[in-house]
Design a protein around this ligand. Structure first.
Ligand SMILES: [Zn+2]
Length: 329
């Protein structure tokens, strides 16, 4: 079963989260393999998307935020886009669009950053927005400060956390066909005593970046975790092996119903809205050509079919309904 554990290092400005996705991850792979409209992922794409999924679950669990965290990579190679959405209750879904299929041994940059134009975006989309409110989005390139392509997703995201959030973060990620797992260690930003202004806090925090010895020691320990260990060992063993000399406070783990799990929030209604967005003319021309409009959800594989009558109803003006309703004025 999938699980997520949070912990704190006693008396130190350092916190951690570890996630292990098993059923949540294999469900995503199973649906992809069973989807006639898409091919199963090549192992290289699968592992990248699995690492993204683990990372997005870690980041969502690490913030107090009511809404969706969306982690996206817009690639300039065979992987056009890879996207993971994690809701605040840790319901998650993920998909990637790949053309053509990647060859064995393809590196991260060969998949998504062939011309150094790939981008990684993190969006926080609040559940309830005030009028006109836009989701918050941060974007980083897939190369380092010297323009050299980054070959590890964990390094891309560490770079993001430092650049966009001014947070020292160490990430270890791994995925295969059964498990997607990750460990996140982060230095807590320290607010100065009596310091209330947000900008002052972040400036003070900037001075601390890379300097806190406790964080550096723990981050080095975390980074010693090998891919194989993260994939095969249970959470208790990993934490004990890495941090046996540290004093760690554990929180109640999120397992079972509260654990990260696969869920897709696609619906016939939303697909209908999308077809409406195409406009009547476009919808009619698709029907003339194919007989109906069929839209598949890339996340879960669900197929939505709108026959000519269904489609025509989308474009019926709701005027009659308003006039005949009991609340009509
Ligand atoms: Zn769906």
């Amino acid at each position: 079963m999938s699980e997520l554990h949070k912990f704190l290092f006693d008396g130190l400005p350092v916190r951690g989260v570890i996630v292990r996705l098993t059923d949540a991850w294999t469900e995503i792979l199973r649906r992809r393999a069973g989807n006639n409209a898409t091919e199963a992922y090549a192992p290289e794409v699968r592992d990248m998307l699995g690492e993204m999924t683990a990372a997005a679950a870690l980041m969502q669990a690490n913030i107090k935020f009511d809404g969706a965290l969306v982690l996206q990579i817009f690639g300039d190679g065979p992987v056009k886009v890879a996207v993971v959405e994690v809701q605040s209750d840790l319901a998650l879904r993920a998909t990637a669009t790949v053309r053509p299929q990647v060859e064995p041994g393809t590196s991260l940059s060969q998949m998504v950053n062939v011309h150094n134009k790939g981008r990684c975006a993190i969006t926080l989309d609040p559940k309830t927005k005030f009028p006109g409110q836009q989701p918050y989005q941060g974007v980083v390139p897939l190369f380092d400060d010297h323009g050299v392509p980054i070959e590890k997703l964990s390094a891309v995201l560490e770079h993001y956390m430092l650049q966009s959030e001014q947070l020292d973060t160490a990430l270890v990620l791994a995925a295969d066909d059964k498990v997607a797992a990750g460990l996140l260690i982060q230095r807590l930003p320290m607010a100065g005593a009596g310091n209330l202004a947000g900008s002052m806090v972040s400036r003070e925090n900037e001075d601390q970046i890379g300097r806190n010895e406790d964080y550096n020691r723990i981050a080095v320990l975390a980074s010693s975790l090998k891919r194989e260990e993260l994939l095969t060992l249970d959470v208790e063993t990993i934490l004990r092996r890495l941090f046996w000399e540290e004093s760690v406070t554990r929180f109640e783990p999120l397992v079972g119903d509260s654990a990260p799990r696969f869920a897709c929030n696609c619906s016939r209604e939303r697909v209908g809205k999308m077809i409406e967005g195409l406009g009547r003319e476009e919808a009619e021309s698709i029907i003339a050509e194919r007989g109906d409009i069929e839209v598949g959800c890339e996340f879960c594989g669900m197929q939505y079919v709108f026959d000519p009558i269904d489609a025509a109803q989308l474009f019926v003006q709701p005027v009659q309904i308003l006039n005949s309703g009991p609340d009509a004025h």
